[in-house]
Design a protein around this ligand. Sequence first.
Ligand code: HEM
Length: 228
Amino acid sequence: MRDISDALCGVSIDLPENGTGDTLSSTLLQFQILSLQGAGFDTTSRTIMFIILYLITFPDVQERAQKEIDHELGSSRNISGNDQAKLPYVMATVLEVLRKTAIVPFAIPHLTLHDAKLRGYDIDKDTVVFFNLHSVAHKESYWGCPENFRPKRLLDDSGNLLEKCSHLAFGAGRRQCPGETIAKMKIFIVIATLLQRCSFQKADGSDLDFDPTRGLVLSFKVIVKRNL
Ligand code: HEM
């Protein structure tokens, strides 16, 4: 058993095509694995890509994050998920990019289970509804200048991460992203490890494009310099 895909294969084995209830037919199994791949990889890799874009655009943030890593962990030891608490500024940078980009801006579709009323609007049973996560992450009265990229906004005066960090990038309620913890950990390990060993700069003649194209993978050229 290596991972969740193996676990799903384990429960689907030898079941008929129309498996129901707690069992999985091979078609359902394919959907489950595709959902996990789609929901897990694209979101995480794009977030990492956006963090690199922000680090290049805000070299002061890049430098401060590197100083924190140097000071707390040094340049040689491997970084693990357990180091998140030791590197609050790096974590705040990751979370501020998640807030600002809102890479899953409308979460995924939900369906009302019964007639409902919201802010004076009647919403019928079986209506498809979306959370506007982008709007939550950019609410002026809550964030104050939400358009500014400022990891420090997520730290208190002593430099510790604030509760405010839960800004719903992963949705809320029963259908909240089940990959939140692992996603944050993976992104943290990749970014902290890269910053421990490399610096990022804009490549000559390449534009830094913050205007996301939904549904297509954005790409840009950068220079990566190895620090060791
Ligand atoms: C930066 C990384 C990620 C972000 C921003 C993100 C965000 C989201 C959001 C906003 C939703 C919809 C929640 C809702 O409708 O309330 C969602 C659903 C989901 N995510 Fe993620 N996600 C990320 C990474 C991952 C990873 C790594 C996995 C798997 C390991 C994953 C698996 C899923 C699945 C299976 C769903 C559907 C849950 C359901 O339908 O009940 N996600 N994600």
